[in-house]
Design a protein around this ligand. Structure first.
Ligand code: PLP
Length: 357
């Protein structure tokens, strides 16, 4: 079979008459706006950026055009290929709701991986088929092919993968893209730290590709909640129909626009983080109880340690919180450690050096 978007989309979504807001129907500049039942007088608080006090009484742009134009310039992608969501989590949920019929369809995830794919599926009553990554945290292509059935609509690939940190082999992702007739979501939340290039510039070759990125990690804007999805204009159109009409509030839109001006600052942070990651990797490898530091293309390290549970508790008692992944299949005895500031990393290492078994 060939990839056929019409065939993949749920019937109710195909039939959907999307909610049309007052601001969808009118996008020009007007001096009298009596169309949306807003408070015409003002707002009790304002959004203060660059010494401007922006009122909050009007609904924001439902399709975030200015923001997408800025993202388009940075990412080198047309606005029509960009979706912005309330975190990547919104994009994950919206994709499942577009393509997966509850109680019938399934998605494939590749554990150990990001937890939201299966949570979003469970909330939507969509079955999850798990095809574990191998011991190098790479895909088992044959096992994935065997797991696919006629109800499999989406395969979620996280690259660089959370919690293992490695990038998934590019050729393997391409094999999946070329052979699976459903949607392939490649979650690139950590792409800024990776040696591999983004897949977002390959959209023209792969009509079934959706790339996820986020402002939550390298961009340092986790609190704003802004996730990005890149896909064909047809898929983006569907995502815009299914999302909440005003999914990105004006504070997020304005602050993200400001934040996106600081590309040089962000790139400098990324270089620092990668340097700190190498330092941490070296220091962690020196500890007698470290069994393995997995190679990372992200801003964290997965570390296998003898007695990981005890070390986790010890760190916690010393005011240092890392992520205990010991109980995750494929991550036995592993802690996931985010690369912090140079000072935080130094505290972590000196604390670990003082650990007595
Ligand atoms: C952190 C993370 C995200 C980001 O999610 P947001 O909702 O955009 O904050 C997405 N995917 C993975 C794999 C992550 O680790």
């Amino acid at each position: 079979m060939e990839f056929n978007l019409e065939y993949l989309v749920r019937q109710n979504i195909k039939n959907l008459a999307p909610y049309s807001t007052a601001r969808h129907e009118f996008s020009g500049e007007a001096s009298v706006m009596l169309d949306a039942n807003e408070n015409a007088i003002g707002s009790p608080v304002t959004l203060d950026i660059n010494n401007q006090h922006e009122l909050l009484n009007r609904y924001p742009d439902p399709v975030q055009t200015r923001l997408k134009q800025r993202i388009s310039a940075i990412k080198g992608l047309p606005v029509e290929n960009i979706f912005t969501g309330n975190g990547s989590d919104e994009a994950i949920d919206v994709l499942i709701r577009i393509f997966c019929e509850p109680g019938f369809d399934n998605i494939i995830t590749l554990p150990p991986t990001y937890g939201m794919y299966s949570v979003a599926a469970a909330i939507n009553n969509v079955k999850v088929k798990e095809v574990p990554l191998n011991t190098d945290f790479q895909m088992d292509i044959q096992a994935i092919a065997d797991a696919v059935d006629e109800y499999t609509k989406i395969i979620f690939i996280c690259s660089p993968n959370n919690p293992s940190g490695n990038s998934i082999n590019r050729q393997d992702i391409e094999v999946i893209l070329n052979n699976f007739d459903g949607i392939v979501v490649v979650d690139e939340a950590y792409i800024n730290y990776a040696r591999q290039k983004t897949l977002s510039l390959q959209l023209a070759d792969h009509p079934n590709l959706v790339v996820l990125q986020t402002l939550s990690k390298a961009w340092g804007l986790a609190a704003l909640r802004l996730g990005l999805a890149f896909a064909s204009r047809e898929i983006i159109r569907l995502m815009n129909h299914v999302k909440y009409p005003y999914n990105i509030n004006i504070a997020t839109q304005e602050l993200a626009l400001q934040g996106l001006q600081h590309v040089d600052q962000v790139n400098a942070w990324i270089r620092d983080c990668i340097e700190q990651r190498s330092w941490l990797e070296e220091e962690l490898n020196r500890l007698s109880y470290t069994q393995k530091v997995y190679p990372s293309d992200a801003n964290f390290l997965l570390v296998k340690m003898t007695g990981a549970n005890e070390i986790f508790k010890y760190l916690q008692q010393n005011g240092i919180i890392v992520r205990n992944r010991s109980n995750v299949r494929g991550c036995e005895d592993c802690l996931r450690i985010t690369v912090g500031t140079a000072a935080e990393n130094a505290v972590l290492i000196s604390t670990l050096k003082a650990y007595k078994k």
